[in-house]
Every structure is written in structure tokens, then in C-alpha cells.
Design a protein around this ligand. Structure first.
Ligand code: C2O
Ligand code: CU
Ligand code: CU
Length: 485
């Protein structure tokens, strides 16, 4: 097996080839001057198809997925090789219900070495899922090319916007960059009774930045700080447009990027409602004019287009960057029709009890550091060790985890196995949007701190916590912890 350093070297070499072929596409009128050369808002939004079970019983839906290296025309007239679940990126959406288990059999159809020079071994993780350890996608639970693995997702948890993605040790970054991600939407009858916008008016949106070479290939340079691109893709389409009616829409927005953060805002300055984040619905909607999403964070939002004139449009922007950036404009909503709207956004969504610091009976401290002079990223001074847990957490115990960031970059820390509540970020209580169930907490750079309260209630076994900047994760900012009875 290649050592971590060999893998990094191989990826670095390939990255350098990619970078030297960087191009300056002709700037057509209305085009965004990015490496795709695709004019802004000229491609329709793709909505990933919902995966049909191969069989069902009274308690279980069985699914089959194949991971394939294939290509598609992401840039008109060009062919882009990518890795897709069932040959598509994003992969098909799995729709699940609380109380019905989903069993997903994933077949690895990749070659021994896949795009970006990464190994063809894969691992599938359901991000946000409270699942048995054996089905969680531990980074060394490899599925070799030509093999398959069956993952059991019990769906005994709060409904939320989840996503599945690759989690292979050292190469999650390239695997996800080249396409390995898809939505998993869990619901229940309580949520349905809220009468939120649904059906054609409930749309998942995954935002990902990418880079392309002149022949249409994706370019991945494994950088210490995290890979970023200059092309904004939503649901795998370069700066798409989406035709909307004058009414409310629910968008389940996922930042599926390797390392870039986005601050989402509408070009007409309109406010929108945040109804949930990673772990499900908030207790009440929160009205905002922008929301920032770090990698793997999700925002469940409702945008009301009823005030937008038919024939006009609203752009979804990323105000994290300046207006001259090619990743400033993400997608455009074209208001093309009127529609009746009987949906509601109730003022009470799902009751949520906030834990208090005094309920924690265990306190753990984690320092986040590294990244200097090409050294790996670390948690408590250590790089990822798959064989040794950094601690064991007891089931059904509220623990307080304090993070201190000794490095100069933010770290969006993700914990497997449970959703948590944020106690403080930078010493302050979380914003109302971030006061519900979360599975990512951003620990601010430069000695910034964050504290969470977490309780594992479901399964014993090995799990991981890690930075969800995928290059930080691949460069070892990950730790195994065990849950014990
Ligand atoms: Cu989204 Cu450990 O992953
Ligand atoms: Cu996860
Ligand atoms: Cu990080």
C-alpha cells in the first residue's frame, strides 16, 4: 500500500500538469470568464432523479448503486470525465422516511486508479446519518474495484437534508471533486403536516466550485489549504438558470465544495427564511438576507418569489467574494409564470430543547493545528490514526467538546454518529439559524474557539470526527473516536 506521502506526491505531480494547461477562455458577452467558458445562466438546472428501490418489504427499501468512471457534456461541445454514482453527478437522490430502513448496496465499478491519480478503492458515507458503525463508511472500510458493500441506514432519527459521499482515507478530496456526492432526503409525517412547499416546489441544490482544462477535464491540485475552483456549479451544471413561478419554494441547499465557503444572498436584496440546517428543522423559521455555508453545511430555506414580476429574474449570489469574481454569481431564478400557493411556513416548526452547558458530564478539549511548511493538519497534535481512538464516548451521555483553532484557517469540524448543538462560537452563543441540530461547526482561525454539546444515543463502535475541508481531512485532520455502552 502506498504511504500517505507517496499518494500526496502522485497527486501533486498530476495537479502540476493540470495547472500548466490552465487556459484563458474567450470572453463572450455575458460569459463568466471562468475555466468553463460557459456563458452565465444559459444552462437549465439539473434536478437529480429520485432513486427507485430495487425491492421493498413492509419495513425496508433496498437500493442498488454503481460507482462508475464515465463522462458527460458539462461544457457544451466538450466531454468531462467524472466519477458518478449510477454514472451521474450529483448522484441520484434517495428519499427516505423515518421508521423505514434503507439498505443500499454500492458496487465499485472504478478502475484500480481513477481520475486525479487517486486509488479506485472507495468508501461510502451517509453524512448526517445516525447509522451503525459498520455502515458509517469508516475511512479504511474500503470497497475494492469489482466489489460491493451493503450499507444499512435505519432512519431512526430526526428528518433532515443529508448527503452521501465518498470517504476513502487520503483521497476523499479528489473522489468528491470528480463527482462522488448525492442527496439523501429523510422526512416524516410531522414534517409533511407542516405544509411547507413540496413536490416541484421543493428543490435540492448542491453548490460546488470546480476548475476545468481546455479539453473539458476537471483539474484537481491537491493544495494544503484546500482545493478551490473558479467555476460555480449547482447540481453539476455551470451557473444554471431555474424557471420559477411567483410563489414560495423550499430549497435544500448543500455546500458540497471541497473547501470554499459561500455567503448566499439574493440580487434583489430580498430576505428568505431559514427553516432548518444540518440536523433538521429549527424550532421556528429565521428570516435573513444572507447565510454563510462552510463545506458540508446545509441550509433548508424558503424563498418567496411572489414579489418578483413575471419576466424578471433574481440571481443567487455568493457575497463571500467580490462581484468581479467568477464564483460571485451561482445561479439565476427566472420568474416565468404565476401560480397559486397554498403552502405555508408555520411560525412553529419542530420543538427543540436546547441543552445547557451544566448538563454535560464529560468535557473534552481538542486543539486544531498544522498546515504550516507543508506539514499535515492535526487534532490534538496527531494525524489520523485509524487504529487508535482518541477517546471513548459513552452512549446516552451529554458531552461538551471544546475546540481551539491554533492555525490560520477556519476549520469546519464534522462529527459522525450524532447531531449536536452549538454552545458557543468565538465565545458567543450561536445565531438563531445555528441554534438547532448541527453536524458541522466552524472553529474560527487564529486561536478561535467553539464548543458543542453532543450525545451519542444510537450505536456503539468506531466513528470519526474531522475537518470537512476535504484537503485538510485528507491531510490527516481527522480522528477516530469510539462509542461504548
Ligand atoms: Cu461529510 Cu465524515 O463526512
Ligand atoms: Cu458525516
Ligand atoms: Cu480544516
Amino acid at each position: 500500500m502506498a504511504t500517505r506521502r507517496e499518494v500526496l506526491k502522485a497527486l501533486g505531480a498530476l495537479g502540476a500538469v493540470g495547472a500548466s494547461t490552465a487556459l484563458s477562455p474567450l470572453k463572450a458577452f455575458g460569459a463568466s470568464n471562468d475555466t468553463s467558458g460557459v456563458a452565465s445562466f444559459t444552462q437549465p438546472l439539473n434536478i437529480p432523479p429520485v432513486l427507485t428501490p430495487t425491492s421493498t418489504t413492509s419495513s425496508t427499501d433496498y437500493y442498488d448503486m454503481q460507482v462508475l468512471q464515465t463522462s458527460a457534456s458539462i461544457i457544451p461541445g466538450k466531454s468531462t470525465p467524472f466519477i458518478g454514482y449510477n454514472g451521474m453527478t450529483p448522484g441520484p437522490t434517495i428519499k427516505a422516511r423515518v421508521g423505514r430502513q434503507a439498505v443500499v448496496n454500492v458496487y465499485n465499478g472504478l478502475p484500480a486508479t481513477t481520475l486525479g491519480g487517486a486509488t479506485g478503492k472507495i468508501v461510502t458515507h451517509l453524512h448526517g446519518g445516525h447509522v451503525p458503525s459498520a455502515s458509517d463508511g469508516f475511512p479504511t472500510d474500503y470497497v475494492n474495484p469489482g466489489s460491493n458493500r451493503t450499507y444499512t441506514y435505519p432512519n431512526n432519527q430526526l428528518p433532515s437534508t443529508m448527503w452521501y459521499h465518498d470517504h476513502t482515507m487520503d483521497v476523499t478530496g479528489p473522489h468528491v471533486w470528480y463527482g462522488m456526492a448525492g442527496f439523501y432526503l429523510l422526512t416524516d409525517s410531522v414534517e409533511e403536516a407542516l405544509n411547507l412547499p413540496s413536490g416541484a416546489y421543493e428543490v435540492p441544490l448542491v453548490i460546488q466550485d470546480r476548475k476545468f482544462n481546455t479539453s473539458g477535464g476537471l483539474v484537481y491540485n491537491k493544495t494544503m489549504n484546500g482545493e478551490t475552483g473558479d467555476v460555480a456549479l449547482v447540481n453539476g451544471v455551470v451557473q444554471p438558470y431555474f424557471n420559477v413561478a411567483k410563489r414560495k419554494y423550499r430549497f435544500r441547499v448543500l455546500n458540497g465544495s471541497n473547501s470554499r465557503a459561500y455567503t448566499l444572498a439574493l440580487s434583489n436584496g430580498a430576505s428568505f427564511k431559514v427553516i432548518g440546517m444540518e440536523g433538521g428543522l429549527l424550532s421556528a423559521p429565521v428570516t435573513v438576507t444572507s447565510i454563510t455555508l462552510w463545506p458540508a453545511e446545509r441550509a433548508d430555506i424558503v424563498i418567496d418569489f411572489s414579489g418578483v414580476a413575471v419576466g424578471s429574474n433574481v440571481t443567487l449570489r455568493n457575497t463571500q467574494v467580490s462581484s468581479s469574481s467568477t464564483v460571485y454569481n451561482l445561479m439565476r431564478f427566472n420568474c416565468t409564470s404565476t401560480a397559486t400557493d397554498t403552502s405555508t411556513v408555520p411560525s412553529t416548526l419542530r420543538p427543540l430543547t436546547r441543552w445547557t452547558a451544566s448538563q454535560a458530564t464529560v468535557t473534552r478539549n481538542f486543539t486544531l493545528s498544522g498546515g504550516m511548511m507543508g506539514r499535515n493538519w492535526t487534532i490534538n497534535g496527531s494525524t489520523f490514526n485509524a487504529n487508535t481512538p482518541i477517546h471513548s464516548s459513552k452512549l446516552n451521555t451529554i458531552e461538551r467538546w471544546n475546540f481551539t483553532n491554533q492555525s490560520m484557517l477556519n476549520h469546519p469540524i464534522h462529527v459522525h454518529g450524532a447531531s449536536f448543538q452549538i454552545l458557543t462560537v468565538g465565545g458567543a452563543a450561536p445565531a438563531a439559524t445555528h441554534a438547532g441540530w448541527k453536524d458541522v461547526v466552524v472553529v474560527p482561525a487564529g486561536m478561535g474557539t467553539a464548543s458543542i454539546l453532543v450525545k451519542f444515543t444510537d450505536y456503539t463502535g468506531k466513528y470519526v470526527m474531522h475537518c470537512h475541508n476535504l484537503e485538510h481531512e485528507d491531510m490527516a485532520m481527522m480522528a477516530r473516536f469510539d462509542v461504548v455502552a
